[in-house]
Design a protein around this ligand. Structure first.
Ligand code: TMP
Length: 212
């Protein structure tokens, strides 16, 4: 059986991840692909508990504790859901993965990338997304959209400088991994965003057709 593909979607707050993930799911389903949509931190019972804790503005966390919690969540998610799905031939669309840790805990909180890569190797070995869509927009655009949400979480309460550092790491990652990570201009009107997503998905969809 052909293994499923692993797609992650990344970006700072307010760049339209949720609606674009729905769009990606629809494209895959229309192509006859079995797909699960999941998220990080989250995706398993334990990881969803960890998510609540990590996003709660009342939770006081030092950066290292925050890092270990996101990896604890990821460990269950990879083992219980992501790997088994991929092995069954199912495609996984994940709202964030380890690039978010490099951007938020690395860029935002100042944790060393070496430590993050070591934990990543322990938690998911060589499993990295086949394709990462980085929805990118200036921080002011994202923050304005995110501010319209009813209750802000622990990260959404951060200042612009935090998100500038997060965005900078995302852009560095995209430059360092130009094949895996596709930057999508999320500040343009939706049809343009969707056209860029279509382009980014085409090679993966073609590979799948050819292998059938
Ligand atoms: P979101 O998925 O609704 O955007 O919220 C998840 C938040 O968690 C977001 O602010 C980014 C943050 N996060 C990290 O800080 N590190 C991580 O590894 C992941 C997956 C998310």
């Amino acid at each position: 059986m052909t293994r499923g593909r692993f797609i992650s979607v990344e970006g700072i707050e307010g760049v339209g991840k949720s609606s674009n993930i729905e769009y990606i799911r629809d494209i895959l389903v229309d192509a006859g692909i079995e797909v699960i949509v999941t998220r990080e931190p989250g995706g398993t019972e334990l990881a969803e508990h960890i998510r609540e804790l990590v996003l709660d503005p009342q939770t006081k966390l030092v950066p290292l504790a925050e890092l270990l919690l996101v990896f604890a969540a990821r460990s269950t998610h990879v083992t219980q859901r992501i790997r088994p799905a991929i092995e069954r031939g199912v495609w996984v669309v994940c709202d964030r993965f380890t690039d978010a840790t490099l951007a938020y805990q690395g860029g935002g909180r100042g944790v060393s990338p070496e430590l993050i890569y070591r934990l990543a190797a322990a938690v998911h070995g060589d499993l990295w997304p086949d394709l990462t869509l980085l929805l990118d927009a200036p921080v002011a655009v994202g923050m304005e959209r995110a501010a319209q949400r009813s209750a802000l979480d622990r990260f959404e309460l951060e200042q612009a400088a935090f998100f500038e550092r997060v965005r900078e790491v995302y852009l560095e990652l995209a430059a360092a991994h130009p094949v895996r990570i596709r930057r999508i201009d999320a500040a343009q009107p939706l049809p343009g965003v969707q056209a860029e997503i279509d382009n980014a998905l085409t090679p993966l969809l073609k590979q799948t057709k050819n292998s059938c």
